[in-house]
Write a protein that binds this ligand. Structure first.
Ligand SMILES: [Zn+2]
Length: 128
């Protein structure tokens, strides 16, 4: 068990992603989850081990956000995607893409990183 706050744990995760050292958490029963997490969402185990996040993920869903949360108002419209990295799914913003470009589809390969708008950091994806 760690004393890190949920916010700090998420920042730690984003910093690791930005450094190309993303990770996910695995419990002793092999369940995978994403930080911040103090217990396995599947079995409640609190002994979670960091595993390296695969370098390449595959987009499984995406949507264009035209009316975002206030903190991201300036960035809209942008593309939000869910990508599968091995056993975990990350949600993040797809960078360097025209929101009206409909040539990017599910199955496209991305790498995960972190980006920010003002003080708000978030998970971001770059097309490979
Ligand atoms: Zn578990």
């Amino acid at each position: 068990m760690s004393d890190e706050s949920v916010e700090t744990a998420f920042d730690t995760f984003l910093n690791a992603l930005a450094d190309g050292k993303g990770y996910y958490l695995k419990c002793m029963n092999g369940h995978a989850s994403l930080p911040p997490r103090y217990g396995c969402p599947d079995c409640g185990a609190t002994d979670l081990e960091r595993q390296p996040l695969p370098d390449v993920g595959e987009i499984v869903a995406m949507t264009t956000i035209r009316v975002p949360a206030p903190a991201f108002a300036e960035a809209a419209p942008y593309v939000l995607a869910v990508a599968k990295f091995g056993p975990v799914r990350l949600t993040g913003r797809l960078l360097n893409i025209d929101p009206d470009d409909d040539t990017v589809e599910s199955g496209a390969l991305v790498s995960a990183t972190a980006s920010s708008v003002g003080d708000e950091s978030f998970v971001a994806f770059e097309l490979r």
